[in-house]
Design a protein around this ligand. Structure first.
Ligand code: SF4
Length: 386
């Protein structure tokens, strides 16, 4: 049986960033403690079901997992190790935010087995961090990074965000270069998405950003220039682009996310956490009270949102996720997984996009070309089966 990836959701933040539509909120200490108790109970319940499988990656996401005290974090880790067969050498990542790392909490995380940090830097320009509503400033990123190195973290990722209001390509490249100067092993670069229901998203969707004195969003050409220039700078600095938004030094691709993009089974614990085991996808309720009732009342089977994927849906997902990777889809793996040759199912789409130059094929692998990466959504839409 293939190894399992574990995801644990810790939905607590100091305060809400202006663009954030993740499941996260500020919470008092008692609420955090109660949540951790429920999370541990869920680990216990799911461990009875899936604990026989080897776990090769664990990911603490949020929210801001680094807000947890070392003591609470230790409780969760010990429970995970007790309930699941975590492989020696498993990749164990914790997301964290500058301004929340202390010598005590980060040392404890490392002692408990975390061996990879993903730091939400977003920008090295204070004016941009302020506009995004982040709790930290550029100097905090450098300090957190240095602290993480000093306690022994040798696998650190930084997140950066492009296409911010008023941002020029030069502004963004300044942040990229500052990140490169720190020499992280991994970088994730995502464009700002203006989500409805967030302060920033609403202001740009209804035009009220003008009254707030905020600049316009960069146009599409500027956004693409940022993406291309970033890829060029990072390549020069020795980073390999292995996914649409992710870059790593050799040997440091995220094993957890790669598993997700290549169709591994994953089990999510915590509010809103999604899982996929075989052809079954399920997710936990996204509000804490329902989640707690579900775990305490042992009514997980009724409360989880469960979806059985058809073979067609699995094929589509295989292609959507696989095409995000720069090495693309393996037609041999497709055939082994679904018992049908790739060309038999997707022959027309493949021929069309080899012709448009948006896809290329080398040996068994079908992947997006450089131009295809710019138009990835258009290509992926063609992989929907009727
Ligand atoms: S730190 Fe992350 S999860 Fe928390 S509010 Fe900001 S963007 Fe959202």
């Amino acid at each position: 049986m293939r190894p399992l990836s574990l995801y644990l959701h810790l939905p607590f933040c100091v305060r809400k960033c202006r663009y954030c539509d993740f499941l996260s909120h500020p919470a008092p200490e008692e609420e955090i403690r109660a949540y951790v108790r429920t999370l541990c109970a869920e680990a216990e319940q799911q461990g009875m079901k899936y604990g026989g499988r080897t776990v090769d990656t664990v990911f603490f996401g949020g929210g801001t997992p680094s807000l947890l005290s070392g003591e609470l974090f230790g409780e969760i880790m010990q429970r995970i190790f007790r309930c699941f067969k975590v492989e020696p050498g498993a990749e164990i990542t914790m997301e964290c935010n500058p301004g929340t790392l202390t010598y005590e909490n980060i040392t404890r995380c490392r002692q408990e087995g975390v061996n990879r940090l993903s730091i939400g830097a977003q920008s090295f320009l204070d004016k941009e961090l302020l506009l995004l509503g982040r709790i930290h400033r550029a100097i905090d990123i450098e300090e957190s990074f240095a602290l993480a190195r000093s306690v022994g973290f040798r696998n650190i990722s930084l997140d950066l965000m492009s296409a911010l209001p008023g941002q020029t390509t030069e502004d963004f490249l300044y942040s990229v270069r500052k990140a490169i100067d720190l020499s992280p092993e991994h970088l994730s670069v995502y464009s700002l998405i203006t989500e409805e229901g967030t302060e920033l998203g609403d202001a740009y969707l209804d035009g009220s950003y003008v009254e707030k004195g905020w600049s316009a969003l960069p146009d599409e050409d500027t956004e693409r220039a940022m993406v291309h220039e970033t890829a060029r700078c990072l390549k020069e600095a020795g980073y390999e682009q292995y996914e649409i938004s992710n870059y790593a030094k050799p040997g440091f691709s995220s094993r957890h996310n790669t598993g997700y993009w290549t169709g591994h089974d994953y089990l999510g614990l915590g509010i809103g956490a999604a899982s996929k085991i075989g052809n079954t996808r399920f997710s936990n309720p996204s509000d804490t009270a329902t989640y707690q009732r579900m775990i305490v009342g042992q009514q997980a089977e009724e409360a989880r949102d469960v979806q059985l994927l058809s073979k067609k849906e699995e094929m589509e997902e295989f292609c959507f996720l696989g095409l995000r990777m720069t090495e693309g889809i393996s037609t041999a793996v497709f055939e082994r997984t679904f018992g049908a040759p790739f060309e038999e199912v997707y022959g027309e789409v493949l021929a069309k996009h080899l012709q448009t130059g948006l896809l290329a094929k080398e040996g068994d692998n079908v992947f997006l070309t450089e131009r295809g990466l710019d138009l990835a959504n258009r290509v992926m839409a063609d992989f929907l089966l009727d």
